[in-house]
Design a binder for this molecule. Structure first.
Ligand SMILES: *[C@@H]1O[C@H](CO)[C@@H](O)[C@H](O)[C@H]1NC(C)=O
Ligand SMILES: *[C@@H]1O[C@H](CO)[C@@H](O)[C@H](O)[C@H]1NC(C)=O
Ligand SMILES: *[C@@H]1O[C@H](CO)[C@@H](O)[C@H](O)[C@H]1NC(C)=O
Ligand SMILES: *[C@@H]1O[C@H](CO)[C@@H](O)[C@H](O)[C@H]1NC(C)=O
Ligand SMILES: *[C@@H]1O[C@H](CO)[C@@H](O)[C@H](O)[C@H]1NC(C)=O
Ligand SMILES: *[C@@H]1O[C@H](CO)[C@@H](O)[C@H](O)[C@H]1NC(C)=O
Length: 478
């Protein structure tokens, strides 16, 4: 939602024989521009309620084979509705296969012991379970487990335990070991030892077990010596492509205006949040997602879910003041803003005066008029109203898809005269989108573009006695 004090106006061939006072003479709009200044802030009650609905804890199931690949990050809720979808492939950011959640191979310490030999124990069921392997069970082989974890992207915690009476471990899987090593992308505690086994894994009467006939009791699985080893903190994530870090980690989530909604994901994955922001769609008033806040929700002391809150306005640490509600505590909160390759898309760089002034060009934008025109493209500094090509070519990445986002307003001279309003968005001189006709309020428009490494964005248009105001222009990697 533009709250503009500077903007670009496009018009053409102002006929002088009219009572209409043009913007350049400080004319007032025919109808006031609706000013929606009540940009929404997060619905924290809904976030807390949804956190109580999701269940994201797991561990290696009794029949899962070892060494399975780590599943893609899953979205477990969107705006309060439970879902079970994977985050769409994050394109360029997925090309780098390592180091996205961050890796650290030293600094693991024992966080809790297993119960003494001979006693039944329980394995961890916790958030951000990644995968498991089995290690040589000739000894209680913690080191082999930690070495394996060190090669796994995002592994910050392992649970080592024996699982007895598991038919697959005992006779089917090639490793012939019952010493399980489960990797997690979050750090867990002995309070999360909730899987006691108790499952019937041995099929009755198999040829391997002629002694199991008919009515005999099938031995149930049980767990022993379940210990936990981990880092003291989650690894600092790599900044997602197309974003820059704003703050964090802190214990405060943003309570900022321009909130678009939230998603829960099944691990602390900043790339997944970036992808959700990129594909969020638009707020009709505020435009596209420009910022996200990722944080971990700890409920009753246990990691429970990972929140991505999305905003059309860029927030910062000054509004990161939601530390939690009730049993929910905010942890590992970070903010990231989306990078626009267009410098000064809000015309904030124009500082010709403090009250009212206009210019055809300044350092960041150039306004041009056809030979017969005058002031057809004008950059304004004018508090009451405020939304040509930028002066510099845009440094894009060759072959990357971009999305141009812009707000247009064609209401200045009223519905009848503005009916002829028309502005085209040109990318390297080719029309990729635009606006036409009367628009009583700032209207958000998106247009696609492909980077060539050295691109020109321009706005061309205007029509007799119609003005189109332009503000808050962004060019984001799509
Ligand atoms: C302002 O925008 C929000 C959504 O962004 C909407 O819910 C609210 O009704 C709007 N208020 C007015 C006065 O238009
Ligand atoms: C599973 O991974 C472990 C550790 O890397 C390895 O020793 C074992 O051979 C692997 N098993 C299979 C079936 O690939
Ligand atoms: C989500 O969907 C996948 C694939 O369909 C399924 O394996 C998994 O059990 C589902 N998870 C939940 C929590 O429903
Ligand atoms: C090692 O694992 C195999 C396969 O599960 C099992 O048969 C064997 O008893 C285990 N050895 C020990 C010492 O637990
Ligand atoms: C199981 O079956 C055997 C013979 O088929 C019988 O002698 C025995 O009593 C049965 N045991 C139970 C617990 O039913
Ligand atoms: C971009 O284009 C301008 C002129 O259009 C040229 O001077 C400049 O060298 C080009 N830059 C690159 C990186 O191609």
């Amino acid at each position: 939602m533009p709250s503009p004090s500077r903007f670009l106006a496009l018009a053409a061939l102002l006929a002088s024989a009219t009572a209409l006072v043009p913007p350049g003479r400080k004319g007032v709009p025919n109808a006031p521009v609706p000013d929606n200044t009540t940009a929404p802030t997060p619905d924290n009650a809904l976030i807390v309620h949804t956190a109580s609905q999701v269940y994201q804890k797991s561990g290696p199931s009794v029949d899962a084979p070892p060494n399975a690949s780590i599943p893609p990050t899953t979205v477990t809720a969107v705006d309060g509705t439970l879902t079970n979808t994977t985050v769409a492939d994050a394109g360029s950011s997925r090309r780098r296969d390592a180091g996205r959640l961050g890796k650290r191979d030293s600094g693991f310490e024992k966080l809790f012991d297993g119960l003494p030999v001979g006693q039944h124990d329980a394995s961890i069921e916790g958030t951000a379970y990644l995968t498991y392997t089995v290690v040589n069970n000739a000894t209680y082989n913690v080191q082999a487990c930690l070495d394996w974890c060190a090669g796994i992207n995002g592994c910050v915690f392992v649970n080592v335990f024996y699982e007895f009476n598991n038919y697959l471990l005992d006779f089917v899987f090639s490793e012939k070991s019952n010493l399980k090593c489960a990797a997690y992308g979050d750090i867990h505690t002995a309070a999360e030892k909730t899987n006691f086994g108790g499952q019937a894994s041995y099929p009755p009467g198999t040829q391997c077990f002629p002694f199991l006939v008919g009515n005999e009791t099938i031995p149930l699985t049980y767990i022993t010596q379940s210990s936990g080893w981990g880092l003291d903190s989650l690894v600092d994530p790599t900044t997602p492509d197309g974003y820059e870090p704003v703050f964090g980690p802190t214990g405060g989530a943003n309570n900022a205006p321009g909130y678009m909604g939230f998603a829960f994901i099944d691990k602390y994955d900043v790339d997944a949040c970036a992808q959700l922001c990129n594909t969020r769609g638009v707020d009709p008033i505020g435009g596209g997602c420009a910022y996200f806040n990722i944080w971990r929700a700890v409920v009753d002391g246990l990691p429970t879910t990972y929140t991505c809150s999305m905003y059309y306005l860029v927030a910062d640490e000054s509004t990161a003041v939601n530390f939690g509600q009730g049993d929910l505590v905010v942890t590992f909160s970070r903010g990231y803003s989306r990078i626009s390759v267009l410098p000064d898309g809000g015309f904030e760089g124009y500082n010709g005066c403090t009250d009212f002034c206009f210019t055809a060009s300044y350092s960041n934008w150039i306004g041009t008029s056809p030979p017969s025109g005058n002031w057809d493209a004008t950059i304004f500094f004018y508090k009451p109203s405020g939304r040509s090509p930028p002066a510099k070519k845009l440094s894009t990445i060759v072959g990357t898809n971009y999305v141009i986002q812009v707000f247009f307003l064609s209401s200045f001279s009223g519905a009848q005269l503005e009916a002829n309003a028309k502005v085209d968005i040109l990318w390297n001189g080719v029309r990729v989108g635009g606006t036409s006709g009367f628009t009583p309020a700032w209207t958000f428009v998106e247009a696609p573009a492909v980077g060539t490494g050295n691109d020109t964005l321009s706005f061309v248009g205007g029509s007799v006695l119609a003005w189109t105001f332009i503000d808050d222009v962004f060019v984001y990697a799509a």
